[in-house]
Write a protein that binds this ligand. Structure first.
Ligand code: 5GP
Length: 140
């Protein structure tokens, strides 16, 4: 876990933010460089770096907050849909090493594409799919 991040400073009130939700363990605020009106970040207050670093109970609560705040964001900016995403690790483009879930409103005239367009696609044979699935099952 990082000691302090720009987001722990936001939680502590040392850096101003447009806070939209707070409870004992989670916090949500508007992204400073919004990709759409209402672009919101949901974080655990503790600075775990990646989603899979969080204890399961906290991860579950973060997702509850994501669900609750998403409903409010969609209502607030009259968005019929949202893209909800974590950049989970540096290679995935995570810049702030403190778990954060992006909630990005989407509108009928939005030019943003689904997340599938981020990847070129991978051609994987059935045997390899089964081998990967077995490794994932046995890694839990
Ligand atoms: P990442 O690329 O790590 O998934 O996203 C980090 C996000 O944090 C970016 O969208 C960026 O605009 C946002 N961000 C970075 N610094 C601040 C800040 O000081 N305040 C707020 N509200 N957002 C920030």
């Amino acid at each position: 876990m990082s000691d302090e991040t720009i987001f722990t400073q936001i939680v502590a009130g040392e850096i101003p933010s447009y806070t939209v939700y707070e409870d004992e363990t989670t916090y949500a605020f508007l992204d400073a460089h919004p990709l759409a009106p209402g672009h919101t970040l949901v974080i655990p207050k503790e600075p775990y770096e990646r989603v899979n670093d969080m204890p399961p109970e906290l991860a579950g609560h973060v997702f509850q907050t994501v669900s609750k705040v998403t409903e409010a964001v969609e209502h607030a900016v009259d968005a019929p849909a949202t893209t909800i995403a974590f950049n989970n690790g540096e290679e995935a483009g995570q810049e702030v090493p403190h778990v954060h879930c992006h909630i990005i409103p989407q509108f009928s005239d939005s030019t943003a594409k689904p997340i599938h367009t981020l990847f070129p696609g991978a051609d994987i044979a059935d045997e390899e799919m089964e081998a990967i699935a077995e490794k994932i099952r046995s890694s839990q």
